[in-house]
Design a protein around this ligand. Sequence first.
Ligand code: ATP
Ligand code: MG
Length: 422
Amino acid sequence: MAVTSDSAAVDTQAPAALLRPEPGLGELCVLMKLGEIVLKGSNRRLFERRLHNNIRAAARGLREIRLTQRGAGVIIVRMPGGSDLEVAELAERMRNVMGVVWVHLVRRVAKDLDTVTDVAVRSMAERAGTFAVRARRRDKRFPLTSSQIAAHVGAAVKGAYGLPVDLKRPANTVSIEVDKDEVFVFTDGIPGQGGLPVGMSGRGLVLMSGGIDSPVAAHRMMRRGLKVDFLHFSGMPFTGPESIYKAYSLVRQLDRFQTGSRLFVVPFGKAQQQLKSSGIERLQIVAQRRLMLKTAEALADDLGAEALITGDALGQVSSQTMTNLTALDDAVDLPILRPLIGMDKTEIMDQARRIGTLAISELPDEDCCTLLTPRQVETAAKIADLRQIEKRLDAEELAEHLVTTAQVHRPSFLGDSVPSRI
Ligand code: ATP
Ligand code: MG
């Protein structure tokens, strides 16, 4: 499985085989390892509560779950009465919950060495290559030490299948975790998203084109704990609705990582034409982007969002020169977060593939930005010129007006919804 070194750990294409439940053993449940959340000291409880709520939201529509925190770094989710397939589906959902570093499908067994050994041995059936047993005790009253458990189970696995032990780089790992009332046994894990629970860092508003970059930017900021809403500018009425469909599908895909996403769609064509007929020529693109940002800021104000997020990467296109980015910053008071600023296009595309947005972004559409694009784009826009144009057009008022034309959608990974006015 391809796991990148920057711990992005967002390989949504990971082999489903890892999630294939094995019948006939103890109750199957999901064990999750948490990341940075364990570092947060006295605020830990708040973070845990947020994460627990997010886990429950992600499990919506499935059979009822029971969630318990085990120490700082582990959460167990049980699904009483759930079939192995239902629990596997739960594990699949948990891979998308921000703040979770590893997701394991585990067998919950009695605190009895023989039972634990039996389940561990059976979990290695049909495996090839080297193995190691790793044991840990969250309940130190268990009569055996971790290394005694590992040695005992290791000998049994070796005896059953004759597999060689390799403690440094084993092909298979059998994990045994002893808790107060039960023991968990498992062999594989799949990487979660890492990062921090969504909502922990406040709210943001993503400027969402139908392109490759902005969905990746959104995912990155969600991963740092921002709950985000999305704003898309379509070229309507001068383009078709294709870009809106794309934005909708992209948000639905991203909704897996936070739930409850809102997509605001503003028809931008007339405003673009207004800019164009003011004779701004080479400044058209930067002026358009500033108007988008001003509109986003007005909407963010209504939504209580504290930052705007864009998919800008330095120098990727002519509107993204240092001078032009500075001219964009000047358009609004809110901070503009640009998590992709230092990334190459190929890196961004890799991420987009992992989070499942690349294929949607690559669908054809008519981008509102290519509409009315001048022959030559200014690479060093002067802020004074832009401000003057905006004064003439009363851009602030135009932005306020554009917000009132927004349609809000709620693209949910769980199902469809009906558009309405805000
Ligand atoms: P993307 O792949 O995200 O479209 P890009 O490389 O095509 O980015 P631009 O078209 O210059 O670059 O856009 C830069 C950023 O401006 C986008 O990442 C997005 O945040 C915002 N943006 C551009 N067009 C739109 C739009 N139609 N609606 C909302 N935001 C937009
Ligand atoms: Mg674009």
